[in-house]
Design a protein around this ligand. Structure first.
Ligand code: GRF
Length: 201
């Protein structure tokens, strides 16, 4: 089972996923990192882990579709079964979504559909919710929309700042993402009519 990760930033989720695959906790291999920021820390992490990287600068292409087509060609060439978006900071177009619908997931630091988009922890604090969390969902081309696969709750504490809350959210992400990818790689996640069921016997 072959996985590609798309990420733009620090890559802590990428790292946890890659370690889980390397240590045999996920029956899969991370074959490729796709990164739209060649200077991002995630690129260094991939290098240390010995994972091939396609790092590109979107400005070198005439359109989003053009670089996505190049990404798609690489994914097809490698026979990628699942794309994991972990902090990839761009919306993607039908060029990637259509061929990979149902095989393309994203992790987001809130209980969707609450707080999509940027700064989800900040949004949660501003709204005054007492519980927020983490969501892993299939990507349908919208901004943090698409069928939900798994969620975990994180309590908001009275003295939380954006940093302290986000740190606890990330700790949950680092568990939920590898767990969810394992279920997918084991064939236990079923997507039908935009509804997800998990067969975890
Ligand atoms: C995570 O919080 C993820 O939910 C969001 O982007 C962040 C990426 O963090 N989509 P990292 O680069 O994995 O540390």
């Amino acid at each position: 089972f072959k996985i590609a990760v798309m990420a733009s930033g620090s890559g802590s989720n990428f790292q946890k996923l890659a370690e889980a695959a390397r240590d045999g906790r996920i029956p899969a291999a991370i074959e490729l990192l796709v990164c739209d920021k060649p200077s991002a820390k995630v690129v260094e992490r991939a290098e240390s882990l010995g994972i091939d990287t396609f790092a590109f600068n979107p400005k070198d292409y005439p359109s989003r579709e053009a670089y996505e087509q190049e990404i798609l060609n690489k994914l097809l060439e490698l026979g990628i079964d699942l794309i994991v978006m972990a902090g990839y900071m761009r919306l993607i177009t039908p060029v990637l979504v259509e061929p990979y619908y149902g095989k393309l997931i994203n992790i987001h630091p809130s209980l969707l559909p609450s707080f999509p988009g940027l700064h989800a922890a900040r949004q949660a604090l501003a709204a005054g919710v007492k519980v927020t969390g983490v969501t892993v969902h299939y990507v349908d081309g919208g901004m943090d929309t698409g069928p939900i696969i798994a969620q975990r709750a994180v309590e908001v504490l009275g003295d939380d700042t954006e940093d302290t809350l986000y740190a606890r959210i990330q700790a949950e992400e680092h568990v939920l993402l590898p767990d969810t990818v394992r279920l997918i790689a084991e064939g236990k996640v079923l997507l039908e009519d935009r509804k997800v069921t998990i067969h975890n016997s």
